[in-house]
Write a protein that binds this ligand. Structure first.
Ligand SMILES: Cc1ncc(COP(=O)(O)O)c(C=O)c1O
Length: 425
């Protein structure tokens, strides 16, 4: 791409974006010859690394036949991916698969399915979706309504439904909220097992998710686990809910399902969720490009690569390594309030002063990210509400020790440079 053409991108004027022309392993390559260490895995997407030839081979094979097939029909590639997911990936009981093109579509669809499930059973008053105080579930109006990411909701509030928000850490507080809201009006509770963009890899206590499971069981509420960021190996298990032995009624995934090579998301449900909808002959409306053959074929190949190369185990091992390096470099840092996460989803919460908890109100993390980018390293900015400044680390599962070491060294330098800049008169 000619350099001057980047002036027409992006949609809104802002800082000139990098123009990426390639990538290999843990790096993306810019048009002007820089190699950027992808410490955020893009938007916490890349798992098998950049520049692999296998997805392109799978895509080419899938693109030689029918150009397009309506999502309600089966195709060889759709069936193959469903079988693969059922055999090797999905928790027991989650047998129904519906494909979409990304995370927002998957959570939005799960919310619609939850509502339709209850209506099909004659429970027409159930429409509320309980979200959580620290959360992000997508950019559609329904998913933003269930989310609490202040900057991403800003200006849209009048168009959002006022969905209740539950405590992030305390399941008993969630039970009280459910009872106050009247359980017979609640369709679903949606939860990220480990927070992503909103909280910077906050991990609730181990009894929290099982607690939510039992609240849902007691009150006929469907539990939706939003594993768009955490799913498909990112936390060192197939799904983050596996760590605490919880099986939701609806599980949604996206990012890692396609490894970044294709836009794909999935909604996975139990027979008990779907059967009433089928019996009532309701439609679950698809998106035109749901389950595109090319997306299914590439996703199938990405999952096979993760299995063949033991990449989930590697995410667990390298995640421990990254957590240790972060702790060594930043554990006592005056601007670091907390280091947390699971597997290769690690977060660093930033403050102005760790002894008082004073913070920069969201001004620090973008500055750190810009400083890191100036040092050829990409870290994903995170934070909202009570966690205004955080950094998210989500490198490819194939990342090396040396790459993690430079990621953490650059991060530490970038925090110091950004804080110095904010303190400059
Ligand atoms: C937990 C979670 N849910 C949903 C989404 C929305 O996914 P997408 O951006 O693919 O629409 C994201 C995106 O970051 C996410 O982290």
């Amino acid at each position: 791409m000619r350099a001057d053409r980047s002036a027409i991108y992006p949609f809104l004027p802002g800082t000139a974006p990098l123009t990426i022309v390639g990538g290999q392993g843990s790096y993306v390559h810019t048009a002007d010859g820089r190699r950027i260490l992808d410490g955020g895995g893009g938007a916490v997407v890349t798992n098998i690394g950049h520049g692999r030839p296998e997805p392109a081979q799978a895509a080419a094979a899938a693109m030689t036949g029918a150009a397009y097939v309506v999502p309600v029909w089966a195709t060889e590639y759709r069936l193959r991916l469903i079988e693969h997911l059922r055999q090797g990936w999905l928790p027991q009981g989650l047998t129904r698969c519906l494909f979409v093109s990304g995370g927002s579509e998957s959570v939005d669809t799960a919310i619609r399915v939850a509502r339709q499930h209850h209506v099909a059973r004659g429970d027409v008053d159930r429409w509320k979706v309980i979200g959580r105080e620290i959360s992000y579930h997508g950019a559609t109006l329904a998913t933003l309504s269930a989310s609490n990411h202040d900057r991403r909701r800003a200006t849209l509030e009048p168009m959002l439904t006022d969905q209740p928000k539950a405590d992030f850490f305390d399941a008993e507080a969630v039970r009280k909220l459910v009872e106050t809201e009247d359980p017979s009006t609640i369709a679903a509770l949606v939860v990220e097992p480990v927070s992503g963009a909103s909280g910077g890899a906050l991990v609730p206590p181990d009894d929290y998710l099982p607690g939510l499971r039992s609240i849902c069981d007691d009150h006929g509420i469907l539990l939706i686990c939003d594993e768009v960021m955490t799913g498909f190996g990112r936390t060192g298990a197939r799904f983050a809910a596996d760590h605490v032995g919880v099986v939701p009624d609806l599980l949604v995934g996206a990012k890692g399902l396609g490894g970044g090579y294709v836009p794909i998301g999935g909604v996975f449900a139990t027979d008990a969720v779907v059967e009433p909808i089928a019996e009532a002959e309701l439609i679950v409306m698809y998106f035109t490009f749901s389950g595109a053959d090319v997306a299914c074929a590439v996703s199938d190949r990405v999952l096979t690569i993760m299995e063949d190369e033991n990449l989930i185990e590697r995410a667990a091992t390298m995640g421990r390594r990254l957590a240790g390096l972060l702790e060594d470099a930043l554990g006592d840092h005056p601007n670091v309030a907390d280091i947390r996460g699971r597997g290769l989803l690690q977060g660093v919460e930033l403050v102005e002063d760790r002894s008082t908890g004073a913070h920069f109100g969201g001004a620090l993390s973008p500055k750190v990210v810009a400083e890191a980018l100036g040092r050829d390293c990409w870290i994903y900015p995170a934070g909202s509400g009570g966690v205004p400044d955080a950094l998210l680390f989500g490198p490819p599962f194939t990342v090396s020790d040396a790459e993690l070491e430079s990621l953490v060294a650059i991060c530490a330098e970038s925090i110091d440079a950004a804080v110095a800049d904010l303190h400059r008169p």
